[in-house]
Design a protein around this ligand. Structure first.
Ligand code: T4K
Length: 378
């Protein structure tokens, strides 16, 4: 236990940001009155238009969650055979490929950005490679320009998993229109949420057309099916939450940014730990506060997590141990670790701390005093 009182109720990573409750209830009542609850309803269309405008991208196709967005995006881009992905990501990135019968090929990350290392991507290309999926992990943009060059040189499709990167820019341009398509998750734990939800965004008319068809079983008319498809439809209730949250997105950024800055300041006198920095010259959502525990730190990452948990702070080890050490990938490629030294090193050092609208400055000071005591008192 820390000398400060433990938190009375658990402080979670991922507690949802709930913007304007009254607006959500008003939009939900409208949907109920209309008796139009899903399948390309007016709230979904409104949300899509607002997101496209916010991100400066031509098309936004809203879907039921980020995983289905990945699956539809992969199909809409015509990926097949092998696709290069980081292992250091949420397992959905790899699972979406495997679920569709493709082979995720894991490439190593850059230890400073935690994103795919373009040189490792080049090394992983084989004659069976058809695509690359980069991940903007923690809302920090992947090296978009370098990955676009690799994709162009080798004639590969390029998609970005932007599940963490709603409201983030790279080189002054909003994430959403890089590569051939990008996908988002609007899961409850995300910076911007629609309870469950996601989207495929693209500037490519043909990719958007395919994604729209696939979202609704390939229907173009009441009894005419023209392509493969699935049920990826977002409900009107999710869209109501999305619109209500989008209207206050800048307030959420302000709180997250304040929290990130305070965590950073509080970490400065603790030897061996650092809060992963976010570039000041770009827009960010500051949704992930990632504490890196150096090899020089007096205690290990898991001891810090353990001490936080004893005090009711439910910090997370995202995305330990890396997809390549999870099934079925571990069994399929037991030697993958040899190619992924940076992934392994980073996965062993990360602690994700609670933030969001529900986390105030006093809580942050208390969280960091628990970290301080566990390091300095060791
Ligand atoms: N790509 C990437 C890079 C992703 O990170 C994700 C999802 C995806 C793709 C796929 O998108 P989706 O298909 O999920 O839309 C969570 C989320 O389930 C997952 O959406 C997210 N990434 C991942 C990073 O985190 P878990 O296993 O940690 O979820 P869960 O439900 O345990 O929630 C985490 C914490 O949040 C809990 O400790 C408690 C808190 N929480 C959660 C919910 C749902 C709440 O306080 N209230 C809530 O309503 O995976």
């Amino acid at each position: 236990m820390s000398s400060a009182a433990p938190f009375g109720s658990p402080l979670h990573v991922g507690q949802p940001n709930i913007g304007n409750r009254d607006r959500f209830l008003e939009l939900t009542a409208q949907a109920l009155d209309r008796r139009w609850l899903t399948n390309d309803g007016p709230l979904v269309r409104d949300l899509e238009a607002r997101i496209a405008l916010y991100l400066g991208v031509k098309h936004c196709v809203a879907v039921v969650n980020g995983t289905v967005a990945l699956e539809i995006g992969i199909r809409a881009l015509g990926m097949s055979g092998e696709v290069i992905v980081p292992s250091y990501t949420f397992v959905a990135t790899a699972h979406a490929l495997r679920w569709l019968g493709l082979v995720p090929v894991f490439a190593d990350i850059d230890p400073t950005t935690h994103a795919l290392d373009p040189a490792a991507v080049r090394r992983a290309i084989t004659p069976a490679t058809t695509g690359i999926i980069g991940v903007h992990l923690w809302g920090r943009p992947a090296p978009v320009l370098e990955l676009e060059s690799v994709a162009r040189e080798h004639d590969l499709a390029l998609m970005f998993d932007a599940a963490h990167a709603f409201g983030v820019s790279s080189g002054g341009r909003m994430v959403g229109s890089f590569g051939d398509a990008e996908i988002f998750s609007f899961h409850a734990t995300k910076f911007f949420n629609s309870i469950e939800g996601g989207a495929i965004t693209t500037d490519d008319d043909e990719v958007a057309r395919r994604a729209r068809l696939m979202r609704n079983f390939g229907f173009v008319a009441e009894d005419t099916v023209v392509s493969d498809g699935t049920n990826g439809k977002m409900s009107e209730i999710s869209a109501a939450m999305g619109i209500a949250n989008l209207e206050v997105v800048d307030d959420i950024i302000r709180v997250n940014r304040r929290n990130h800055a305070l965590y950073t300041r509080e970490s400065e006198d603790i030897p061996g730990v650092t809060v992963l920095p976010i570039a000041d010259d770009e827009r960010s959502n500051y949704q992930y506060v990632v504490l890196m525990v150096d090899e020089s730190c007096a205690v290990g990452r898991d001891e810090i997590i353990g001490r936080l948990r004893e005090n009711n702070v439910l910090a997370r080890r995202y995305f330990w141990p890396g997809c390549h050490r999870m099934e079925p990938y571990r069994t399929l490629d037991p030697r993958a670790s040899e190619r992924l030294p940076e992934t392994e090193r980073v996965a062993d050092r990360v602690v994700v701390l609670p933030t969001g609208m529900n986390v105030d400055e006093d809580s942050i000071r208390r969280v960091m005093s628990i970290v301080r005591e566990s390091v300095v008192g060791a």
